[in-house]
Design a protein around this ligand. Structure first.
Ligand code: LMR
Length: 395
């Protein structure tokens, strides 16, 4: 039976990891998959995580199942991180947390939940969006549509976005990136979030907010502005949170599906359905990453250390953004790529074309997604001059 099955190309983002490893160019630069890197190009384990793991090793007493919603202590730690300490949503008992295998797992739970419980609702994503969004929702049987997000000059097209949101059929699902928009790095201002709230309210849309990079834009609370605004002002919101990046625990698959309902009663109803969706997908989430996060967030000392480390990562990325534009000055390209300094998070939609990206890879060993998305964390003081020279050569 298998002889009829065709081979397909691998994932465009994850495939870059292998391609980069195989490249023998000593000057090669990896700007592909979205993982944080230090100035030496390593993705280190955070000190707070190491300390939490040492405590876990010492104190852990069982490896029994943790249940379809995951460890309650994890949910109790993540909810205030996402929705805010003392959030009225939490006080009203309107939010449910389900530990998931990464942010991707949370997205798939959300997709299956929508497909099963809200039949006929389509999902609207930004154009462009994280390519995996384009796979996850149709895989759950949902129909996907796009709303504009970037204009032809590589700028945030907020008018286009808002105009399109106003046309979405009532009751459909609109996927929003909370911060550090992947792949563009263009984020909404607070005033723009307020306008989005109004349209979502008028059209009675269901917001699904992908929150994979909390803490990488402006700060843990600042990055949550849109999430908290919508959760506090709407009856129903779905949030998919990830601890992969802000705790640097990518391989531990640690995410959270947060459902905000109108009241506690309705929250418990949808929560019971989520348990079934999780059970049918993978039964229980992996425990270790959630235990690390909960160990850190339930300790004042470890939380302080973690926040410091996260701030260091964010500051480093934002400095590199400015330094990148500076490095292009001698080539007269600083204006052309000025957007890189304004964007936020791990990614920049550079405006480089697929042909230019191919040339950067083939001639210079510089790897990025063909859409022109660069992982800014892959920049370093050492490689910026080389990058600038290469970009000048393909311009
Ligand atoms: C990325 O966009 O590079 C990250 O979110 C990693 C992934 O799974 O694609």
């Amino acid at each position: 039976m298998f002889e009829k099955i065709e081979r397909v190309p691998g994932d465009a983002i994850l495939g870059l990891i292998e391609a980069f490893k195989k490249d023998t160019n000593p000057q090669k630069v990896d700007l592909g998959v979205g993982v944080y890197k230090d100035d030496q190009g390593n993705t280190p384990v955070m000190r707070a995580v190491k300390e939490a793991e040492a405590l876990l090793l010492k104190n852990e007493t069982t490896k029994t199942y943790i249940g379809s919603h995951g460890a309650p202590a994890y949910g109790q730690a993540v909810l205030p991180m996402v929705l805010g300490e003392g959030s009225p949503v939490l006080e009203a008992g309107r939010a449910s947390a389900t530990q998931s295998p990464g942010g991707t797992g949370a997205l798939r739970l959300a997709a299956d939940f929508i497909a099963k419980q809200l039949p006929g609702k389509d999902v609207w994503v930004s154009d462009p969006t994280w390519p995996n969004h384009l796979g996850i929702f149709p895989a759950a049987g949902l129909t996907l549509h796009k709303y504009p997000y970037v204009d032809s000059e590589n700028r945030l097209d907020f008018d286009g976005m808002l105009g399109a949101l106003k046309q979405i059929p009532e009751g459909d699902v609109v996927l929003l990136h909370a911060c550090c928009h992947n792949p563009t790095g263009f984020d909404l201002s607070q005033a723009q979030w307020q306008q989005v709230l109004e349209v979502v309210r008028q059209r009675n849309l269901l917001p699904l907010i992908d929150f994979a990079y909390q803490g990488f834009g402006e700060g843990l609370d600042e990055d949550a502005y849109g999430v908290r605004l919508l959760a506090e002002n709407l009856d129903e919101v779905i949030i998919t949170s990830s601890c992969s990046k802000n705790f640097g625990i990518y391989c531990e698959r640690t995410g959270c599906l947060i459902l905000v309902a109108k009241n506690e009663e309705q929250m418990e109803n949808v929560r019971s359905q989520i348990a079934i969706v999780a059970r049918e997908n993978y039964s229980n989430p992996p425990a270790h990453g959630g235990s690390i996060v909960s160990e850190i967030l339930h300790s004042a000392e470890l939380t302080t250390l973690w926040r410091e480390e996260l701030t260091e990562m964010r500051d480093r990325i934002n400095t590199l953004r400015r330094d990148f534009v500076e490095a292009l000055k001698p080539y007269g390209l600083d204006q052309k790529y000025a957007c890189v300094a304004e964007q936020r998070g791990m990614f920049s939609y550079t405006g480089l074309t697929p042909d230019q990206v191919d040339r950067l890879r083939d001639e210079f060993g510089i790897y990025m997604v063909r859409s022109g998305r660069a992982n800014v964390a892959g920049f370093s003081q050492a490689n910026l001059p080389y990058l600038a020279k290469a970009i000048a050569a393909v311009n």
